[in-house]
Design a protein around this ligand. Structure first.
Ligand SMILES: C[S@@+](CC[C@H](N)C(=O)[O-])C[C@H]1O[C@@H](n2cnc3c(N)ncnc32)[C@H](O)[C@@H]1O
Length: 307
């Protein structure tokens, strides 16, 4: 059995059932996520973009003969803001390397970006950035990790991921990480419980993705969207709660998985950070924080780390 199916079964048979958030991003899920980023309640995308626009000149305008590697590149709209800050004649010397699970997403952004910046070299890769073994060598690298995607991992996984990236970095490379900050509860909870219920559709779509990969019989209307802030762990958690007892079947496992009424499947964590935890994470990864760029409310940070 392949790794993805194995991972899904492991999650569905765990005491607290879970489906890894990476399964959100099938074709439908990626579209729904792009929709979420434009919702009035969903402040992270808007705020991070404001920061990139405001500090884009300082961060990117001088770049020449570098590789821009983007982890979890998604629709690549944020990198466009960075590329806009670089003069056209310098862009010719730059290679943009988006890395994302989704090959569809990579191809789509490649098409859009090569139309907008015909002089730019683009080398996309459909890969898992948690398993990176090397980075292209030859010119300095600026590694962009936008979208607070880093917040989706458990603290230990985040530490491992940053340490791995750090090991692959050379002196002179830099890492730019978008990190969502701890803030008032109402703003946080509203961002994941929008009035148009797009986040709900995004959350539920993971069951469809699971049915497609594992041939399970999840029936979406049998589950409710739950998103709340876990204050102890400083994170928003998303779950799907069964409305009644469910029996899940698949040809990839024997027997049935029973989900009792009120039980949940944990689908996402979105950790929120303080300046102290950011410093700590960098320090534990043998990186140092050179700069932290913020919006005026300090809701979001773009953290520049170097070796
Ligand atoms: C929260 S979205 C952020 C997209 C974009 N960076 C932004 O800021 O709007 C996360 C993206 O990372 C990708 N992704 C998540 N985990 C990944 C992994 N382990 N390896 C590669 N891509 C991953 C998803 O496919 C998705 O496009």
């Amino acid at each position: 059995m392949d790794l993805l199916r194995h991972e899904l079964i492991e999650g569905l048979t765990a005491e607290q059932m879970y489906i890894s958030s990476k399964f959100f991003y099938d074709k439908n899920g990626s579209k729904l996520f792009e929709w979420i980023t434009r919702l009035p309640e969903y402040y992270p995308t808007r705020t991070e973009k404001t920061i990139i626009r405001e500090y884009g000149h300082q961060l990117f305008a001088h770049l020449n003969h570098v590789d821009i590697v983007e982890l979890g590149s998604g629709d690549s709209t944020k990198i466009s803001l960075a590329l806009d800050a670089i003069p056209k004649n310098q862009r010719e010397s730059i290679t943009y390397r988006p890395i994302d699970f989704s090959s569809v997403t990579i191809e789509r952004s490649k098409k859009i970006l090569s139309k907008r910046y015909p002089e730019l070299n683009i080398e996309g890769e459909a890969a898992d950035f948690t398993k990176l073994k090397n980075l292209p060598n030859g010119q300095p690298r600026i590694i962009c990790f936008f979208g607070s995607t880093i917040g989706n991992f458990e603290p230990e996984e985040t530490q491992n991921l940053l340490s791995n990236i750090s090991q692959l970095m050379n002196p002179g490379d830099q890492l730019l990480v978008g990190m969502d900050m701890i803030k008032d509860l109402t703003t946080l909870q509203r961002a994941y419980n929008d009035s148009q219920r797009i986040t709900e559709a995004f959350n539920k779509n993971i069951l469809r993705a699971c049915n497609n990969i594992l041939g399970t019989n999840f029936f979406i209307p049998d589950y409710d969207h739950r998103a709340f802030y876990n204050e102890e762990k400083n994170r928003i958690e998303m779950h799907l709660e069964a409305r009644s007892d469910q029996f899940i079947k698949s040809s990839y496992f024997t027997g049935r998985i029973m989900i009792k009424k009120g039980e949940t499947i944990h689908t996402e964590n979105s950790h929120k950070y303080s300046f102290e935890t950011i410093e700590q994470l960098a320090h534990n990864s043998q990186l140092s924080v050179r700069n932290v760029y913020n919006d005026s409310q300090k809701w979001f940070s773009l953290v520049q780390m170097v070796k």
